[in-house]
Design a protein around this ligand. Structure first.
Ligand SMILES: [Zn+2]
Length: 277
């Protein structure tokens, strides 16, 4: 029995190592970028939320989704990722869960993306919504959801064989790419990504935003807005929750990486894939 467990753990370790392999070669931000990130987190001015009404949420997401899709697909193709990773950029369903008040968005294990009503409501611009979508599309592009699932599985094994089977999400109407939904099927989406996956998805999102013609700082300002909303929540002036920051940890290092990605785009540097050995 012990041998079987050891073998399972060893196989798991190989799987995790394989899946956690980064796709991009990303340098650590320098001291200047880190200082700028800390200052931005503390002092950036954030405009008011738009308070988008429930019946305007789907049209709001629909306004940006095509640009995000095409730009994500172009970035995926530029990276020479396999077609099965690029195809979901055009075909993934984007579900708007209008009744969910939390500020959150997910990529799920079926390569679909979900956005909560609270997020659409609280963002200040279409570009900020595009920034969050670009980040989720990047998770799909790199198969991060699959990596999370395997990490969770291994975690379960280590904790005593508690690997919970993720519920198989039901089929869906593929034609209707943006639609209302109140269903939940995102057990996997609710677990946290590793900080390295976040940084990879953020950097890619900045390139997607650039390609789609949105302001480069759109994801940065979406994250700053979430940080502020969370701060307000702890002081009691905001009653919702900011689930996005629980599953996508946001700190100085992450913001420094965002600043570095924006600088690289402005300097015309392409995304740098890791060298294959
Ligand atoms: Zn993320």
């Amino acid at each position: 029995m012990r041998n079987i467990l050891t073998a399972a753990l060893a196989a798991g370790a190989i799987l995790v190592a394989g899946c956690a392999t980064p796709h991009l070669d990303i340098a650590e931000p320098d001291e200047r970028q880190k200082a700028e990130a800390a200052a931005t987190l503390q002092h950036a001015r954030i405009g008011p939320p738009r308070n988008v009404a429930a019946d305007r949420m789907v049209p709001t997401v629909r306004r940006v989704i095509r640009r995000v899709r095409l730009a994500s697909h172009a970035v995926c193709t530029d990276l020479k990722l396999p077609e099965e990773r690029c195809k979901p950029m055009l075909e993934a369903k984007v579900l708007v869960h209008t009744k969910k008040k939390d500020i959150n968005a997910f990529a799920d294990e079926d390569d679909n993306v979900g956005v909560y009503g609270g997020l659409v409501r609280h963002m200040g611009t279409d570009a900020e919504i595009a920034g969050v979508l670009a980040h989720e599309f990047a998770h799909v592009m790199y198969g991060h959801v699959e990596s999370k699932k395997i990490n969770a599985f291994i975690g379960g094994l280590i904790l005593g064989g508690l690997a919970a089977a993720a519920s198989a999400a039901g089929g869906g109407d593929n034609q209707q790419l943006v639609r209302d939904s109140t269903s939940l099927g995102w057990e996997i989406g609710a677990t946290a990504y590793s900080p390295e996956m976040e940084i990879e998805a953020d950097r890619t999102a900045v390139y997607i935003l650039h390609r789609a013609g949105f302001p480069l700082n759109a994801l940065q300002s979406a994250l700053l807005r979430m940080n502020r909303a969370r701060a307000k929540r702890s002081s009691g002036t905001f009653s919702g929750t900011v689930g996005f920051l629980e599953t996508h940890p946001s700190d100085d290092r992450r913001h420094a990486h965002l600043i570095s990605a924006m600088e690289d785009v402005r300097a015309g540097k392409p995304l740098k894939p890791v060298e294959k050995k």
